[in-house]
Design a protein around this ligand. Sequence first.
Ligand SMILES: Nc1ncnc2c1ncn2[C@@H]1O[C@H](COP(=O)(O)OP(=O)(O)OP(=O)(O)O)[C@@H](O)[C@H]1O
Ligand SMILES: O=C(O)C1=C[C@@H](O)[C@@H](O)[C@H](O)C1
Length: 297
Amino acid sequence: MEASVSFSLKSSYLTKNDTKFGRKCTGIVRASSLQLGFQRGQTVDLADLTRNRVSIKSRNPPLKISCCHKQPAGTEIHNSFDDALILKRKAQDVLPYLNERCIYLVGMMGSGKTTVGKILSEVLGYSFFDSDKLVEQAVGIPSVAQIFKEHSEAFFRDNESEVLKDLSTMHRLVVATGGGAVIRPVNWKYMKHGISVWLDVPLDALARRIAAVGTASRPLLDKESGDPYTKAFAKLTALFEQRSDAYPNADVRVCLEDMASKHGLSDVSALSPTAIAIEALLKIEIFLAEKVAVRNS
Ligand SMILES: Nc1ncnc2c1ncn2[C@@H]1O[C@H](COP(=O)(O)OP(=O)(O)OP(=O)(O)O)[C@@H](O)[C@H]1O
Ligand SMILES: O=C(O)C1=C[C@@H](O)[C@@H](O)[C@H](O)C1
């Protein structure tokens, strides 16, 4: 079940003139359940959300790495009932070892951070945040495209860093970050408070997805000329070249090409968001198990 919970961000964001000022901005948290204890539509403070933190104590029984995929390769990702069960079991395996830490999804525009992030938040009982939306709400402008137009990309990036800084003090969140958040080292400092997951999707698949919905909401793609697929592909290629060193900073990489070949598929577009969420949980589990093993050795 998803519920919308209003909250207030009271931290300082940069103004149009690049001066810091304290302002109260309303945002929407899409909570996966009402387990945060707030009523639907209730206004709560960011501090109230952070007070929900449970102290992080070390609970380190050895991690069990298990994979429930028993069906023949290629069939399981098309079976939504099986997927739902596998997803739930994998979440139950991972949850105790996450120790309340946030999950930050990074990846290019259209890589599925929002789609997969909502599935993960639902199954983990975490709250879902989209950092682009938090920036819009902090700035008081309803779209990223408009923020770029009325201010600048630098202005957007400054506010994006402020949002990530605030989120880094919180727990039990899945955060879909903006596609370009990875380019600023300070953002990694904030994201290292949680587990970062890179959704690595081939550029042609990204361009197909973006062309299907149009580029109007994605200001960095909208300036190109040509048909939607060609302009998305050209710009995504240029952006990826600038960022290809940054995405691998993530703790975990979910590579759709590897997944497709593991499942005997020729096209990554056959991979459902649920199958990708399962893979993300599996990779997180392996990452946490290695950390525990290193600490215990
Ligand atoms: N596994 C998938 N298979 C096919 N389409 C997908 C998949 N995951 C996401 N999509 C579609 O791709 C588009 C982009 O997905 P989404 O908004 O989740 O990406 P994003 O990484 O959050 O993008 P942005 O960074 O630009 O906000 C949407 O139309 C979504 O429905
Ligand atoms: O890849 C990018 O640089 C961006 C991705 C979007 O999520 C937005 O954050 C914005 O359009 C910039």
